[in-house]
Ligand binder design. Structure first.
Ligand code: PGD
Length: 855
């Protein structure tokens, strides 16, 4: 028995799958040095999801229970307990085609999308249909008519990354129109490079140990980390929870929460000061504090002088010289609704204590969303603690465990989006710009391609790529020219949509306009596991596996890179569900000769990819002696059923964001034109936009509580949900714990509720000129008067009546861009009205039911 195997057997005793009855694995090969590929029919299997590393218990091949594999903090994460529901509820069982599309794909009655009947078709027939119609669209309308900028949170896993798998297919088969940016940080990721020379929102933060040791004040500004840290883009390692718990226990750090909602986080920090501004007015609030710091001379002149550019050009605006409106405390107070003494006290607290301003992203998902983060950086610059331990600002503590020190270890790779394919006159695939067939018929890709960059062919496609949140506008207005960050973009004429890994009928603003937009193109193809509203709006739906029905690999903690986790198949594939990878492989076969060879990189299956990524990481670890880890060869790692865990280094424990810049702003200049923090941007000035000036500016949002002639009475905030990941987990029984009157809950302030005659448990209509939804009233003092909260992500349920019976917030939101600069979404800018539901009968909820099938 060799060392490795002995080690495996020893460790096997403590591994999770104590009695692995592996289907397809016989007793004689159980101890062979090979990868165990079958599912555990009775026992526990290790996997991971956005919401953590999980062990799932199966009985007779059925998943019955799921739990976290470890406890990192006292903070409970309910999302980890609903895997069985994710496997069995609201699933799509068969490959389906919309009736009118099947009858005549050339004239498919797109106006019936969402209300038509569905026909079950053999999988192979649907594959041929998609290949044929895609080819037809490309031939007749060009690659700019095929939109595959498919956006969404998909599921964890580096192999079965549905969105990249789609891009890989679309690239190799001829090209597509992509999208720019994302819904999360649409405004900030465009403005921040102008201000600090980096995207900032997805950057590592000053490490938590440094904050806990040095900060005296932590401001949680428009963030709800106790909700958003339940998940991570890869899989959460819950380090964020651990550190927020430590923060709570640090009695010498004052916590201030600035948010119109007294969120779960504010409630967790029971001693925290809660400041509730009028929604969308943070910029004015910050300008008021800046004015006070300037006039009182309390700001850090030296920092402004040495580390920033353009303060002198910003001052005339701050002081009111350009518009006769000094942005003083009185002015700010009138706008943001916080009395001026409190504003002054806040500014004094910040400037006289080591203060970390931790901001969420909600405030930039609003009209003129570029401004609050720019104002926050400017305020932090005047406070003068940027680059000092525990001071400054941080835009990612609430996301994917930002601030958890980065571990020293290897990083697992992932499938790439390849390059655009070339075809001969017979329509056979012959290679790409970066790859060709060798004399043995093997496809050799010379360079890994990343979506949206590099290739010459893509230049044409990227001419048509547009900001992702402009999708409905683009569908409705082909040829329209828009401004974007100093460039002009022409919308393509989209006639074919291919969407995987996202739920745009729920995530995009102004659902009723979005529905019209989705009824324009000739063809819509969707891969989904569930009958989501997006699946219901398609023409062809392929049922896909969930992450629990396939094998994969992921890392945890996007910033910490703490663990490598085997994501093992928990149960057999559900009904006709197939992996996205399988579907695209079959589409390649149907589309063109030899295409599949390039797509699968010469026939790789999921295990070949997993092993390739792991082996590369293993080689990295072995090559660098100081990377101490218990990383083992792939077979042992896989069979052992345990994550590989890396440790952080002293350097990363002590890391301070912008610390090097502070030490030497010349040697470590920022990536801005001046190399400094830009309070005034000459680049933006040259763009000449009326809705984004060259310095932080207060602009009135299109709808807000302080406006004249308000079109509706209450400001709706559509926060990220606490008990879902966007729309994911909606159909699980966790919903029974939070739904009110069997609908999405709407938080209403107790005084507003009194006036409305509404109490907790009542069914209410929330409405405005854009639409109407039904929701369940939750009356509370934990929300500012005049503000209501309806979390985003409830599955839209209004195909039959036009009124969403499930409370999908985006029915009520506005679909205009933040500004010409960033074109982000403005989902937190919307006024709504509320009334008690008056009908005799309560409308039946159909959000989680199957659509109509043709007999
Ligand atoms: P999810 O619910 O995560 O929402 O929008 P997003 O579309 O990301 O949708 C992911 C879908 O992918 C699910 O339906 C899931 O079943 C499917 N899926 C998961 N795994 C796979 C897979 O392996 N293959 C395939 N084919 N499908 C899979 C989120 C978006 O919403 C985001 S990121 C933000 S930040 C925005 N936030 C707001 C907001 O704050 N307020 C409002 N009103 N609206 C928002 N919309 C945005």
């Amino acid at each position: 028995m060799n060392e490795n195997r002995r080690d495996f057997l020893k460790k096997g005793a403590t591994a999770i799958a104590a009695t692995p009855l592996l289907s397809g694995v016989t007793a004689s090969n159980l101890f062979a040095d090979e990868v165990k590929k079958g599912v555990v029919k009775n026992g526990e299997t290790l996997t991971a999801a956005h919401w953590g590393m999980l062990k799932v218990t199966t009985k007779n091949g059925i998943a019955v229970k799921s739990e976290p594999i470890q406890k990192t903090s006292e903070i409970y994460n309910p999302l980890q307990h609903y895997t069985p529901d994710m496997i069995y509820k609201s699933r799509i069982k068969h490959t389906m085609v919309r009736k009118s599309y099947l009858e005549n794909p050339d004239s498919p009655k797109p106006e019936l999308r969402g209300i038509d009947e569905w026909v079950e078709v053999p999988y192979e027939e649907a594959i041929k249909l998609v290949a044929k119609e895609l080819k037809k669209t490309r031939a007749q309308k060009g690659l700019q008519s095929v939109f595959a900028g498919s956006y969404g949170w998909k599921s964890s896993g580096n192999v079965h990354n549905s969105i990249i798998l789609l891009h890989r297919f679309m690239n190799l088969s001829g090209g597509f129109v992509g999208s720019l940016g994302d819904y999360s940080t649409g405004a900030s990721q465009i403005i921040m490079p102008h201000v600090v020379g980096s995207i900032e929102v997805y950057e590592q933060q000053t490490s938590w140990p440094v904050v806990l040791e040095n900060s005296k004040v932590v401001v949680i500004w428009g963030a709800n980390p106790l909700a958003t840290l339940r998940i991570a883009w890869t899989a959460t390692d819950e380090q964020g929870f651990k550190y927020f718990e430590e923060l709570k226990n640090k009695k010498d750090i004052k916590v201030i929460v600035i948010d119109p909602i007294r969120s779960e986080t504010a409630q967790y920090f029971d001693k925290a000061q809660w400041i509730a501004p009028v929604p969308n007015t943070d910029t004015a609030m910050m300008l008021g504090m800046m004015h006070y710091l300037y006039e009182s001379g309390k700001y850090d002149k030296e920092f402004i002088e040495n580390y920033t550019y353009g303060f002198d050009k910003f001052l005339p605006y701050l002081l009111g010289k350009t518009d006769n409106t000094p942005k003083n405390l009185e002015w700010a107070s009138k706008i943001c609704g916080i009395d001026k003494d409190t504003l002054k006290e806040l500014a004094d607290t910040f400037v006289s204590n080591r203060t970390m301003l931790m901001s969420g992203w909600g405030m930039q998902r609003a009209h003129h969303g570029e401004q609050p983060h720019w104002a926050m950086v400017t305020l932090a610059a005047m406070i003068g603690q940027i680059g000092l331990p525990g001071g400054g600002f941080g835009l990612s503590y609430h996301y994917s465990n930002g601030g958890a020190p980065t571990c020293k270890g290897a990083v697992i790779g992932g499938v790439n989006s390849a390059s655009v394919g070339k075809f001969n006159e017979k329509g056979e695939f012959i290679g790409t710009d970066t790859g060709e067939f060798d004399k043995h018929g093997r496809f050799v890709a010379k360079a890994a391609a990343v979506a949206g960059t590099g290739q010459s062919w893509l230049q044409k496609a990227t001419d048509y790529a547009f900001p992702v949140a402009r999708i409905a506008d683009a569908l409705l207005h082909p040829g329209k020219v828009i401004d974007h960050d100093g460039k002009k973009i022409t919308y393509p004429d989209i006639d074919f949509i291919y969407w995987v890994g996202g739920n745009p009928l729920v995530h995009h603003q102004d659902t009723n306009t979005n529905l019209k937009a989705w009824r324009k193109p000739r063809t819509v193809v969707v891969h989904e596991a569930y009958w989501t509203p997006t699946a219901k709006m398609a023409d062809i739906v392929f049922p896909v596996t969930t992450e629990y029905e396939r094998n994969d690999i992921t890392m945890t903690g996007d910033y910490s890179n703490m663990n490598i986790v085997p994501m093992k198949q928990v149960v057999e594939k559900y009904r006709e569900a197939k992996d996205d990878y399988q579907i695209f492989t079959d589409l390649c076969k149907a589309y063109a000769k030899n295409l599949v060879v390039a797509y699968t990189d010469n026939g790789k299956d999921e295990f070949d990819w997993i092993k390739e990524y792991y082996d590369a990481a293993y080689a990295q670890v072995k090559a660098i002696p100081e990377l101490v880890s218990d990383m083992k060869p792939f077979e042992e790692f896989w069979n052992e059923n345990k994550p590989v865990t890396f440790a952080s280094s002293q350097d990363s424990d002590n890391w301070v964001r912008l610390g090097e810049f502070r030490e030497d702003p010349v040697l470590n200049a920022l990536g801005t034109p001046s190399g400094l923090i830009e309070i005034y941007s000459d680049t933006i000035e040259k763009m000449g936009y009326d809705d984004c000036k060259a310095h932080p500016t207060w602009f009135e949002p299109i709808e807000w509580l302080g406006m004249k002639d308000k079109p509706a009475k209450y400001h709706m905030i559509s926060s990220h949900p606490t008990d879902r990941l966007h729309s994911q987990l909606s159909q699980t029984s966790l919903r029974e714990k939070y739904a009110i009157a069997n609908r999405e809950p709407v938080w209403i302030n107790e005084n507003d509720a009194k006036e409305l005659g509404v109490k907790t448990g009542d069914l209410v209509c929330v409405f405005n000129a854009r639409g109407e939804v039904l929701a369940g009233a939750y009356v509370t003092k934990n929300i500012k008067e005049g503000v209501v909260k309806l979390a985003e992500g409830a599955w839209y349920d209004g195909f039959d009546s036009g009124i969403c019976k499930n409370g999908s917030a985006n029915v009520l939101t506005i679909d205009i861009p933040t500004s010409k600069l960033a074109n982000g979404n403005i989902s937190h800018t919307a006024l709504v009205n509320i009334r008690k539901y008056q009908g005799d009968e309560t409308p039946k909820l159909t959000a989680f039911s199957e659509p109509k099938f043709s007999k």
